[in-house]
Design a protein around this ligand. Structure first.
Ligand code: SF4
Ligand code: FES
Length: 250
């Protein structure tokens, strides 16, 4: 199959950037979108041109690295799918596909499609951890957790930190990501030690990084490759209010 790619090229964080158009004539419908990018990069190298820089690691929908806008949507047109798991059969032969980096103040472009997502790491460092020793896996399983609560915690834990929620939001809000990380720990017994401070610290860091506020457009959840539920944002707000009420009372 043949596709035309309009790809955002940007030398570095200060360069203005622009679209460049490339033709790929030997794509096939079984390729993932990242394999298509590999084919294009091999082509560019053969022509003595600089390949397109983009992030990737697992290529299995696990690591959250493959951040890119494809035809105006984070991770492309397929719901609940990362760019590395998106196959070319979801595109038409002869189609023109536009590829851009995430656009958010807190995610500055490093080069081409690569953006700096270390703001997410700093939110985790601010409170997304537990300090108790949970022992080995059998020990941890000895703490009874009701099935429905365990399922909710597990669903929140499936967030891969890709940043598509930020990219999808008109305010570049990181509330879906932050709330998933807060929920995952707030729901489990092991997460109770830092529970009072976790929401306060992570939300303070999220604001300090320059992410916007949530205005309930639901775009984050609709574009999330792991379909993280908006209910996590409501839980995060409750966690924050409870922590504030108890810390203000001290
Ligand atoms: S909430 Fe979804 S879109 Fe946001 S970082 Fe996690 S997996 Fe990615
Ligand atoms: S490369 Fe790891 S999720 Fe896509």
């Amino acid at each position: 199959m043949k596709v035309t790619l309009k790809v955002w090229r940007q030398k570095n964080a200060t360069n203005k950037g622009h679209f460049e158009t490339y033709e790929v004539n030997d794509a096939n419908s079984h390729m993932s979108f990242l394999e298509l990018m590999d084919v294009l990069n091999e082509q560019l190298e053969r022509e003595g041109k600089e390949p397109i820089h983009f992030d990737h690691d697992c290529r299995e929908g696990i690591c959250g690295s493959c951040a890119m806008y494809i035809n105006g949507r984070p991770h492309g047109p397929q719901r609940g799918t990362t760019a590395c798991q998106l196959h070319m059969r979801h595109f038409k032969d002869g189609e023109t596909i536009t590829v851009e980096p995430w656009r958010a103040k807190a995610f500055p472009v490093i080069k081409d499609l690569m953006v700096d997502r270390s703001a997410f790491d700093r939110i985790i460092q601010a409170g997304g951890f537990i300090s108790v020793n949970t022992g080995s896996a059998p020990d941890a399983n000895e703490i009874p957790v009701p099935k429905d609560i365990a399922d909710e915690a597990f669903n929140a834990a499936t967030c891969i930190g890709c940043g598509a929620c930020v990219a999808a939001c008109k305010n570049a809000s990181a509330m879906l990501f932050t709330s998933a990380k807060i929920s995952q720990l707030a729901l489990l017994p092991q997460g109770q030690v830092e529970r009072q401070k976790r929401a306060e610290r992570m939300i303070a860091q999220m604001d300090a990084e320059g992410f916007g506020a949530c205005t309930n457009t639901l775009a984050c959840s609709a574009e999330c490759p792991k379909e993280i539920d908006m209910a996590n944002i409501a839980r995060m707000n409750r966690e924050f209010l409870t922590a504030k009420a108890s810390s203000d009372a001290v």
